[in-house]
Design a protein around this ligand. Sequence first.
Ligand SMILES: NC(=O)c1ccc[n+]([C@@H]2O[C@H](COP(=O)([O-])OP(=O)(O)OC[C@H]3O[C@@H](n4cnc5c(N)ncnc54)[C@H](OP(=O)(O)O)[C@@H]3O)[C@@H](O)[C@H]2O)c1
Length: 403
Amino acid sequence: MSSIASRSASQALRTAARAAAQPARRAAYSSLARAVTGKAVKPLAVPGSRGVKTLDFAGTKEVVYERADWPLPKLQEYFKNDTLALIGYGSQGHGQGLNARDNGMNVIVGVRKDGESWRQAMEDGWVPGETLFPIEEAIDRGTIIMNLLSDAAQSQTWPTIAPLITKGKTLYFSHGFSVVFKDDTKVVPPTDVDVILVAPKGSGRTVRTLFKEGRGINSSVAVFQDVTGKAKEKALALGVAVGSGYMYDTTFEKEVYSDLYGERGVLMGAIQGLFRAQYEILRRNGHTPSEAFNETVEEATQSLYPLIGAKGMDYMYNACSTTARRGALDWAPVFEKANLPIFEQLYNSVRDGTETRKSLEYNGRSTYREDLAKELEEINNQEIWRAGRTVRSLRPDYKPESE
Ligand SMILES: NC(=O)c1ccc[n+]([C@@H]2O[C@H](COP(=O)([O-])OP(=O)(O)OC[C@H]3O[C@@H](n4cnc5c(N)ncnc54)[C@H](OP(=O)(O)O)[C@@H]3O)[C@@H](O)[C@H]2O)c1
C-alpha cells in the first residue's frame, strides 16, 4: 500500500475507532474491519458480553479468554493514559502495531534509525518524530514496552535497553525465549515492573490479516512478574489490543518450550525431513520427479492436510479410499514408534537450552541474513522443490508472479 493510501486508510480507521468508542453505538471490531477491508464482517461475539469460559479440552478443563471481554470503549478507556512503545518492526511488530493503532491505542514504534524496519514503518504511516523514534527514545516515551525485536536482538540490545525500563513501566514480550533462557540471553527484567507475554499462534502477517477480516488470532498469555497486581488483566487487554480473538493461559516456560519444540518438529523441521525422505525413496525406485512430488507434497498440502484442519484426522480418513485408509492406519503406529525417541531428544534439547544457544549464535552473527539466504537457496534448488515449481504451475489458480 502506498503511504498516501495507508494514511487515508488509517484515517478511516481512526474515525471508525472513535465511532466504536461511543458506548451507544457498539460498532466495535466489525466496523473497524469494514473500514480496513471495505467489507461487512461478522464479529466473533457480541461486544460487551462477558466471554471468559472454562472449556473441556479432551477431558481437561481450561480457561479461555475472548475479545468480547474487552469491548473497544473499555479497551480504550483502560489504556487512555498509556503509550504502547513497540520496539522492533518485523513480522510481529507490523501486525501487532497496526492492529493496536487501528484499535485506537496510542502506539509508537522504536527501531534502528534508517534501517529496513524504519523504512517499512514509514511506509505503514508511522511518522518520524511523532510516532516513529530510535529505540531508546521510544522506550523513554512509552509506558508499555513491547519488545518485538528478533530474539537474538533482544539479547544483544539488552544492556542498552534494560536501564531505560524504569519503575512504573510494563515490559511485554511475544515469546518466553529471552526471559526463560536468561543464562544465555542475559535478559533479566528489573524487579519493579510487570513482565507479561502475549504470544500470537501465528505469523505477524496472519495477526494482521485475521484482524482485517474482523476475526482474531489465537494467542497464549502469561505473567512472569506481577508488581502492580494488574499484570494478568493488562496482558489480556493487550492481547485484545494487538488483535487476539481467543487467549489461553500459559507460563513463559511452557510457551517457549512448546513453541521451540513445535517449530522444530511437525510444524516445520520434521515435515521437511519427512517430505525429503519419502521423495528420495520414490526417486531411488524409478518414480519421476512429478510423481514423487505429487505423492509427497502436492496431495498433502492441497487435498489431505486441509481436511485434517477442517474437521480432524478421522474426517480425513473417512474422505479417503478404503485401500488408502487401511494402509495408513497400519503404518501410523510404525511412524509414531520410530519418531517418539526423536521427539524426546528434541524436547530435551529445547529444555536444556541447546536450541537456544544454537539460535543465538546463528542469528546473532553479522552475516546472519546472507547465511540464511544461502541455506534457503540450497533448499530451493533441491530437486523436490524444483519439481514442485512445475507442479504448482499446473494449478488452475496459478499466478506466475507469486513464485
Ligand atoms: N514471527 C513469528 O511468527 C512470531 C510468532 C509469535 C511470536 N514471535 C516473537 O515475536 C518477537 C518478534 O519476532 P519477529 O519474527 O517479528 O522478529 P523479526 O521479524 O525477526 O524482527 C526483527 C526486528 O528486530 C530488529 N533487529 C534485528 N537485529 C537488531 C539489532 N541488533 N538491533 C536492533 N534491532 C534489531 C529489526 O530491525 P532492522 O530492520 O533495523 O534490522 C526488526 O525490526 C520474537 O520474540 C518472536 O519470537 C514471532
